[in-house]
Write a protein that binds this ligand. Sequence first.
Ligand code: G3I
Length: 359
Amino acid sequence: MRAHGAWLCAAALAAAGACGGDHASTTQPVIPPPPPAPAADTTPLRVLAARHSLLIGAAVDRGFRYTGSDSATFRALLAKQFSVLTPENDMKWDHIHPARNTYRFEPADSIVAFAEANGMKVRGHNLAWHSQLPAWLTSGTWTPAEATALLDDHIATVVGHYRGRVMEWDVVNEALNDDGTKRSSFWLANVGPGYIERAFRDARAADSAAGLFYNDYNIEGMNAKSDSLYAMMQDFKARGVPVTGVGFESHFQLGGVPSSLAANIARFAGLGLKVHITELDVRMLLPATSTQLDAQASDYTTVVSACMQTTACDLVTIWGVSDRESWIPGTFPGWGAATLFDAQYQSKPAYAALVKLLQ
Ligand code: G3I
């Protein structure tokens, strides 16, 4: 105490001659240097996460096509911080299967090659979805048998192409409405409700080892939609449909992480399923304030902490490397700042919060 008091006095008050009796002494006080600021932990997120057996991923799309120094900066950050990649669009039907007899694998191939060169895993996204379907498919007239064959062939071809190189697939994406009923879609209309189960069986036939996931939004908390998914997964497990896990997309607004997230992860884990956080971002109204960024850090911490409570949850993917590439401003005008890095690739409080959580 005394030394501390003397130091404070010396540092702050000596110039004013207000340090008590000693000030009259001719001996100059010894002023210790200020304590060093704690060094920022520069250990990459993927290294910290690995210590908890957690994979930390990012979705990539246009950032992967930057050129010159933008490309170098983007790819260096990607490879340094993340251990999993998800092609944000390049494996979707309209990108990878642009004509009935044409597959275009090159864009996704380059992402997979980058991942392999940098010791990263790949999440395949996705095989059966209502959106981003090519016009040749949706404008055609198909019998149920023809539509089923198209689904079977697509999954066999795409999953077969990446066999052994894609760690896990979002086999079926967003097939439910918020009330738990099945969403209207090309697949529901043309194949029938059995398309979900069929897609999982097709994917397993094409790759005996890849993880096979059902992926959706608004299933992160306990609600009618996640209850319906739970019942479907329970039925799938009981009947031996090859499902590995569920993907909680986790596109949240600031303050919008459901309080039942951890309990909901636990109940799906109780079915013997993995639960992966597959598309995490936390959007806010722009311009972002420091108060909002701190609240965002807290939301990110809540999500990753909830995941870490259950061993079945061992992957968290952020939907975008930085705010520069994030899908949010294009879809929600006036909103953004949803990822861990700002548009200049500077880390945000959410990044620091995850470093602290994972240390
Ligand atoms: O490729 C064209 C490009 O040629 C053109 O210049 C540009 C002009 O707008 O559009 C480009 O296509 C865009 C595509 O992303 C690739 O960047 C589409 O317009 C745009 O609609 C598309 O948005 C994607 C969206 O899915 C489509 O539904 C987002 O990037 C992607 O982040 C988003 O991802 C989904 C997941 O797959 C499923 N879960 C929800 C998530 C967010 O919506």
